[in-house]
Design a protein around this ligand. Structure first.
Ligand SMILES: NC(=O)C1=CN([C@@H]2O[C@H](COP(=O)(O)OP(=O)(O)OC[C@H]3O[C@@H](n4cnc5c(N)ncnc54)[C@H](O)[C@@H]3O)[C@@H](O)[C@H]2O)[C@H](O)CC1
Ligand SMILES: [K+]
Length: 500
């Protein structure tokens, strides 16, 4: 699913109006109806509801929503925040229609006009939408503050008032902190950025049948992966296949005291459809891998405690494996750095780079250009910061991300809520699965195993990253549903992987 910017959203609105054709006021009615359908479903009991409307089209939506909820017998109190002298045409039109069905409309111009908000009330925020062009101030800011302080459930129409759709807010901006955001047609970029969590809440899109062809043709670097899209990437297993069909992966993982990372990545790799797996670990890890992952072959490294790349047992050179995953648990010993320096120039196929392998890269930046084209790097934000530099806000982070992938011709999975997968072309796919339970040791090692397995099976690296991150998050969601996010451990995520 595409994520469009404000100008494109406005143009999409106009394209729909022209193409269908539909009168703007009727499109507003359609949007209001879609919101109301969601609202009635979520709040079936007609609880006391206050709606706050602005004077633009977001406010117009709010006035139409108020009328439709009144028709459904919701006890609605309408508050119009009069921050400017004029209303938009469609807002004015809906304002008139609303006055025909209720007298219960209050106007807020001064602080004393702000109503008290009681416990258990539901607040609908329709003050400002995607038309926001400057920070909130004056009476708008005061109303938002009062709503945020109230012990009520808040639902934002389209986007929280005061939140920019696709640019950074200042830390001092006053913005609605909703429990829910119900947005029209497409997710907004602001929703998938970590710093905005409290200004978005749980968000839902509602379909208002905007012009599909415009969406299909609109250029954008931003996508949001939906379940049906991820599922399309998954390849079926042919009946006449053998283990050779699904590749032979090599994992370079583990060190003394961090063999758990090796075990987790190896198990996840095997649970993600790889044909054969070889795990190269320091000698201290040999018995561990052989007993805890009997399905894998094990190459003990020449070194007792860290990886050096020289194996005790004769094996094929790393370049002959279908894919390589490197990093989980390896530490940053000089011998391991030396291994990386010798290894990288010999490789042609994309590899997966994680954890301390990333840290070694950021401390030895000349190695970045030695990475095989289309390799997948899986940093969490701190690791990515070490690879690039500190960013001021999430939007600058996205720019750094796009610059980085283009410079080094790699895929980057920036892990976190809505993990961002950046392609070498500079597109960014935000993942839709996962939960806070995944923020626990070892889940990153699991992801490395998954991605290495998908590459071994011949998946294109971007597809592998989008599909692998989706499946990893979905497995986490299954675990969270069953046992709650708090007690989740990385092994549970491996057990919950399903490739269907
Ligand atoms: N996306 C769609 O297809 C549809 C969207 N709808 C709704 O329309 C709003 C966007 O409406 P718009 O009139 O463009 O903007 P706003 O209502 O957000 O703002 C109104 C107006 O306010 C001024 N303004 C900007 N910033 C501030 C500020 N900080 N303080 C005070 N005033 C401010 C500015 O002049 C704006 O123009 C969208 O979110 C949807 O809710 C349609 O109803 C259906 C189709
Ligand atoms: K709003």
């Amino acid at each position: 699913m595409k994520i469009l910017n404000v100008d494109q959203i406005r143009a999409l609105d106009e394209a729909t109006i022209r193409h269908e054709p539909i009168a703007p006021i009727n499109l507003m009615e359609r949007a209001a109806l879609a919101f109301v359908d969601w609202f009635v479903d979520r709040f079936p009991d007609t609880t006391s509801t206050k709606i706050f409307c602005g004077l633009g089209n977001n406010g117009g939506d709010g006035m139409a929503i108020a009328r439709l909820l009144l028709e459904r017998n919701y006890p609605i109190e309408v508050n119009v925040v009069r921050y400017a002298p004029r209303e938009s045409d469609d807002c004015m039109h809906n304002h008139r229609r609303l006055k025909l069905v209720t007298e219960n409309i209050r106007y807020i111009e001064f602080s004393r006009d702000i109503p008290a908000i009681r416990h258990n009330e539901v607040i609908i925020d329709a003050i400002l939408g995607t038309g926001l062009s400057r920070p909130t101030e004056g009476i708008v800011k005061e109303v938002i503050g009062a709503i945020n302080r109230a012990p009520a459930t808040v639902v934002a129409v389209d986007i929280a008032s005061g939140l920019y759709t696709d640019q950074a807010n200042a830390p001092t901006d006053v913005i609605i902190e909703p429990d829910y955001t119900v947005t029209f047609q497409l997710p907004k970029l602001a929703f998938v950025l970590p710093k905005n969590g409290r200004y978005v809440g749980e968000w839902h899109t509602v379909d208002i049948r905007l012009y599909k062809r415009y969406i299909d043709l609109a250029p954008t670097p931003y996508y949001y992966t939906q379940p049906q899209e991820a599922r399309l990437l998954l390849r079926k297993r042919e009946r006449y296949s053998n283990k050779g069909t699904f590749g032979h992966a090599l994992l370079l993982v583990g060190s003394h005291g961090k063999m758990g990372a090796a075990v987790l990545s190896a198990r996840a790799c095997l649970r993600s459809g790889v044909g054969l797996l070889t795990v190269q670990v320091p000698r201290c890890g040999y018995g561990i891998i052989q007993t805890s992952v009997p399905e894998a072959m094990c190459l003990p490294d020449g070194h007792q405690n860290v990886l050096t790349g020289s194996s005790e047992i004769e094996g094929p050179p790393p370049s002959e494996y279908s894919s390589i995953g490197i990093g989980p648990g390896i530490g940053k010993a000089p011998e391991t750095l030396a291994m990386l320096k010798t290894l990288l120039p010999t490789l042609k196929k994309p590899i997966v780079v994680d954890a301390d392998a990333l840290n070694l890269l950021s401390e030895n930046r000349e190695l970045l250009s030695k990475l095989p084209k289309n390799s997948i790097l899986t940093p969490h934000p701190k690791e990515f910061e070490r690879l690039t530099k500190k960013w001021d806000d999430d939007y600058q982070k996205l720019e750094l991300l796009r610059e980085f992938v283009k410079t080094y011709n790699v895929v980057v999975v920036l892990k976190g809520a809505y993990s961002a997968i950046a392609t070498p072309e500079g597109d960014i796919h935000f993942n839709s699965t996962g939960n806070p339970g995944l923020s626990t040791g070892g889940t990153g090692d699991v992801l490395t195993g998954i991605l290495t397995a998908l590459l071994a099976q011949g998946y294109d690296p971007v597809e592998a990253a989008v599909l692998g991150v989706f499946a990893h998050g979905l497995a986490g969601d299954r675990v969270a549903e069953e046992r709650g996010p708090i007690g989740m451990i990385a092994s549970d995520v491996i057990d919950a992987l399903r490739w269907t």
